[in-house]
Design a protein around this ligand. Structure first.
Ligand code: DGJ
Length: 729
């Protein structure tokens, strides 16, 4: 197990519990990709590098070097020298030409793994992970490129990142630095990605791969509502339990590209990295650029195994918060209850009612600062509006605490309203192209976080408020995408660095926050779920999943999100009805069950909802407390999908020791005269006996998994049931 170098074959072999990754060196020193897939019991070999397909190998026939480069399966393709497929590295030299060629120089294998400077990154102890670093050089450019691979044995995950150093004399420009590439033979793959829009994030889409390039990407300065830094190639017919899956996910929250290209020869190149549009990084002699980390998962047991591997990996090796496995307080957020129309009295009224229902924290959302009574002003002026919060923030927090609730608060620190004191004082702190009036979005501009004093100011505003009162939770929002990419702080040579420097600024601010306030519960958010990505998970254990809290829309959104991310990270609340976005009515109970597959909380005016619904809250809160540990730590199984195939939706969370399993069944559309409502549980002990909680019914694990559980026939659309099977032998 682990990583080894097989000298006689010039092969690096990385083994995790169920996967093997093979890298080989050509006689010239090109670093080639041999294999990634099911675990090899023995040593691999290098025939898949096709080095015998002379006359194309340059050492045999330089005349056909371009033909060689254009088919050679490489670990890290460079642009400009004859490989016409997508490159991962484009470097412009001082004379203005693009071209680079990397040759193996040395390697280093060790236990453990380092972080990445300034960037979120996975971590693990010496017993969890081994790291291989392959150093390559382009001696003509004076460029050293380190390809890093970390093999997480138990999770079947391999992470990759790339570091580029200028070891020469010229001023180089990096015009593209991707983080990972997989050159593979095509197994008749289909591509699976997550796509959507505001209030419709991360819905699963799937289709056959064709010749040419197919990609998902963002150039919006954030990972985005629309597309997601994730791509999976799956063999035909891949389902939850069967089929092969090659997946990549990106630990980054800004512009990205995830692309698969089927070449003229029918093989596949899959790449992932920072999008090269609007990107150009100066690499002066002695300087280093660190590209973010990509996460690779291979599963020979369908999508379900991939999902559980990602969940385990993110829970164990990315999320750092003390709340990762801790109970999160059940919160009530006033956004959909009041929007901007609130004051201390209204909030205290909500808090009192919430306390009676067993809710544990009040979150004051947007509108408490500056002159913000609508979304068109005051971002940047982070002083409490005492017309609304009449006796000041410390007093309000104290009163809420006295009622028996914790207090949480909303910020949008990365923004600046044109109508704000901050903008009047520092118009140059907004991202904009000199001489051009920047585009507003939600009546706001974006702060130039490459400018240290702007980032420092925004951070201090947050920290000062947190120091002024016992605040337990922060919702860090970000409500617009970036454009007009210009900075009055950076010189003209460095404008192409702005988008990445912006992300580094966000990460630096959040790192300061989690270091200065280690007990704070941080929830990231971006106009709903536009920055629900592994980068943000490194700082916050939960992310607001979508502004759409309609229970049905959430089925699709949460199914797509949970394909990669653990339920413990999915911000999910019970909303009001008719739903504010789609106008749909769904039963309160169903809304509760759907929110239970996430962090759980409320997004409604508890003082105004009907008595009957309010009366259900204590029971829902109790259910949350009862199952939250299971939901947070268990294995997630997708048993049926309404969005893909069935009139119902169903998922299960099974305890890792198979002691119990919680099944959520949502009858989206009732069907008459339909007897096929059997669901097949997973993750139980074959020989174990399981009692269905609240009944005397006992089933063997084997029966529940093989014969299935027959869901009782009931009438009504949008209804839902929880079934908890507890081991009783
Ligand atoms: C977008 C968020 O997703 C909402 O929950 C809310 O906080 C608003 N922003 C406030 O402006």
């Amino acid at each position: 197990m682990g990583i080894s170098y097989i000298e006689k074959k010039k092969i690096f072999q990385m083994d995790t519990e169920n996967t093997t990754y093979l890298i080989g060196l050509s006689p010239e020193g090109y670093v080639g990709h041999i294999y990634y897939g099911r675990r090899l019991k023995g040593e691999g070999s290098n025939y898949l590098l096709r080095m015998n397909e002379a006359p194309y190998t340059p050492s045999v026939n330089q005349r056909e070097k371009s033909s060689f480069l254009d088919f050679f399966p490489t670990e890290y393709p460079t642009g400009g020298i004859g490989d016409y497929r997508e490159s991962c590295l484009d470097v412009r030299n001082e004379r203005g030409s693009i071209g680079s060629e990397l040759f193996f120089k040395s390697y280093h294998i060790r236990k453990g793994k380092d972080g990445l400077e300034g960037l979120p990154a996975s971590f693990g102890s010496e017993k969890d992970v081994e790291t291989l670093e392959i150093l390559c050089e382009d001696s003509i450019l004076g460029l050293a490129v380190t390809l890093s691979y970390s093999a997480f044995e138990k999770c079947d995950i391999i992470t990759r990142s790339v570091k580029v150093k200028n070891i020469g004399e010229q001023h180089l420009k990096l015009e593209k630095v991707y983080s990972a590439c997989l050159d593979m033979d095509n197994k008749e793959f289909e591509m699976l990605t997550l796509a959507g829009s505001w209030a419709r994030e991360r819905c699963i889409q799937r289709g056959k791969i064709r010749f040419g390039k197919q990609l998902v990407s963002s150039v919006k300065g954030e990972s985005s509502h629309q597309e997601h830094p994730f791509m999976a190639l799956v063999t035909e017919g891949t389902a939850q339990e069967t089929g092969e899956v090659y997946a990549m996910n990106f630990i980054y929250s800004g512009n990205f590209i995830a692309q698969t290209e089927m070449s003229q020869f029918g093989n596949i190149r899959m790449v992932m990295g920072i999008h090269s549009d609007y990107f150009c990084w100066n690499l002066r002699p002695g300087e280093t650029f660190q590209a973010p980390e990509a996460v690779l998962a291979y599963s020979a047991e369908g999508l379900g195994r991939m999902t559980r591997n990602f969940h385990d990996f993110y829970r164990e090796h990315l999320i750092r918060s003390p709340y990762k496995y801790g109970k999160r307080p059940v919160l009530i957020n006033n956004w959909e209850a009041t929007y901007f129309d609130f004051d201390s009295e209204k909030l205290l009224g909500i808090a009192r009612e919430a306390k009676k229902a067993g809710i544990e924290m009040l979150v004051m959302d947007d509108g408490w600062f500056g002159k913000r009574n609508f979304d068109d002003s005051s971002l940047g002026d982070w002083t409490v509006n005492e017309e609304k919060i009449t006796s000041g923030l410390p007093d309000l927090v104290e009163k809420v605490n006295k009622i028996g609730l914790k207090f949480g608060i909303w910020f949008e620190p990365e923004m600046i309203s044109p109508d704000s004191e901050l903008y009047r004082k520092h118009p140059d702190w907004a991202i904009q192209i000199a001489g051009r009036c920047p585009s507003q979005s939600r009546a706001q501009y974006v702060l130039d976080l490459s400018r240290p004093e702007a980032a420092d100011y925004a951070y201090r505003c947050v920290a000062d408020i947190l120091n002024s009162a016992p605040i337990a939770y922060v919702k860090w929002d970000m409500n617009r995408q970036l454009c007009d990419i210009g900075s009055s702080y950076l010189d003209k040579e460095s404008q192409g660095e702005l988008l990445h420097r912006y992300m580094l600024g966000v990460y630096r601010m959040q790192e300061r926050l989690v270091q200065e306030f280690p007990d704070l519960l941080l929830e990231n958010c971006s106009g709903g779920g536009a920055r629900f990505d592994p980068g943000m998970l490194y700082y916050s254990p939960q992310i607001w999943c979508s502004d759409d809290v309609d229970a049905l829309e959430r089925l699709k959104i949460q199914e797509g999100t949970a394909l990669i991310y653990p339920l413990s990270s999915i911000g999910a609340h019970v909303g009001d009805c008719p739903n504010h976005i789609v106008g749909r009515n769904t039963p309160f109970e169903t809304r509760g069950h759907v929110a239970l597959a996430g962090t759980f909380g409320y997004e409604l005016d508890i003082t105004k909802i009907g008595e009957e619904e309010r009366g259900q809250i204590p029971g829902q809160v109790e259910i949350y407390h009862k199952y939250q540990e299971l939901v947070q730590k268990g294995d997630y199984y997708r048993l049926a999908s309404w969005s893909m195939e069935k009139p119902y939706d169903c998922w299960e969370v099974a305890a890792k020791d198979a002691s119990c399993a919680l099944v959520t069944y949502i009858q989206v559309l009732a069907q008459p005269n339909m007897h096929s409502r059997v669901i097949y549980l997973r993750g139980l002990e074959d020989g174990g006996q399981y009692r269905l909680e609240g009944t005397e019914e006992v089933y063997s694990g084997e029966e529940l998994m093989k014969c299935g559980y027959l869901i009782p026939s009931e009438k009504g659309d949008f209804r839902s049931w929880l079934y908890c099977f507890i081991r009783c032998d």
